[in-house]
Design a protein around this ligand. Structure first.
Ligand SMILES: [Zn+2]
Length: 278
């Protein structure tokens, strides 16, 4: 009886030992597996990191190349912009000197750069500021000069010309002769520089007449002396009709830009002669 109980206890002990051993084995295996997985994950992460590092270095090299290319492109652009600016300024200078007279008709393609300057008048925006300053400076010296006619459309010029022809005919001129006579005082449409938007007729406040009496009016004395400082020239001086095709007009000022105005005034040439010399 005692012997049977002992052997059952022994059997149970063995069972327990085996169970514990199996459990220990399972736990150990799981631990080893988890360690291995952790190691693998670490290795994987390390590999990724190395790859990233390599990529990063590559990107830095690329970035340097890109930066260099960008700097070069920027320099090229700057050079291009500068040359475009030079070209623009040259074209601008040339345009401000556009010659319009009985022998040089203004192209119908010409697009004036107009801005409103008050009293319903339009003027070239590149000359409007100079005109304003000129008139203000005159005023500061007690001289009142009044701009009366700036930009004219071709249609408006046609109207002025047709009116003149009627008046000339009333004075006995006929046919072609009437047209020639009218053209001496009013430009044939397409040949008036008022169509450029760069010419302005300016009168003395005390003399409303567009005739030779303007010559000695205080406003004209002041303008003739100072207009050059604002980029203007007296376009049709006395005794230049043969060269300009237009009678003496001591009220008609033309904007040509500062340096050209200085050159033309110093040389004493008409715009026609200036162009010929160029
Ligand atoms: Zn005029």
């Amino acid at each position: 009886m005692e012997k049977r109980r002992k052997s059952r206890a022994k059997g149970l002990l063995w069972c327990l030992i085996l169970l514990l051993a199996a459990l220990g084995f399972l736990v150990g295996a799981a631990w080893v597996r988890s360690i291995t997985a952790e190691k693998e994950a670490l290795q994987e992460e390390l590999a990724k990191y190395r790859m990233e590092l390599a990529l990063h270095r590559l990107t830095e090299v690329q970035r340097a190349a890109i930066e260099e290319a960008e700097a070069e492109a920027k320099a090229n652009e700057e050079a291009k912009r500068l040359s475009l600016k030079d070209a623009f300024l040259a074209r601008n200078r040339e345009e401000l000197l556009t010659l319009v007279n009985p022998w040089h008709e203004l192209s119908e393609e010409y697009e004036p750069h107009l801005t409103e300057i008050g009293d319903g008048m339009l003027f070239d925006e590149r000359a409007a500021g100079a005109l304003k300053h000129m008139l203000e400076d005159a005023k500061a010296e007690g001289i009142i000069a009044v701009p009366v006619s700036g930009y004219r459309t071709r249609e408006y010029q046609q109207g002025l010309f047709d009116d003149k022809v009627l008046r000339v005919r009333a004075n006995g001129f006929e046919g072609e002769e009437a047209l020639t006579e009218a053209a001496k005082e009013v430009a044939v449409p397409g040949t008036s520089e008022h169509e450029l938007g760069l010419a302005m007729d300016i009168l003395d406040v005390n003399n409303p007449n567009l005739d030779w009496t303007q010559e000695w009016a205080p406003a004209q004395r002041w303008l003739m002396e100072h207009c050059v400082d604002y980029g203007f020239i007296l376009r049709f001086p006395n005794e230049t009709t043969e060269k300009t095709g237009i009678i003496y007009e001591p009220w008609h000022y033309r904007y040509v830009g500062l340096s050209a105005a200085e050159e033309i005034t110093a040389s004493g040439l008409t715009l026609e002669e200036y162009w010929e010399k160029k």
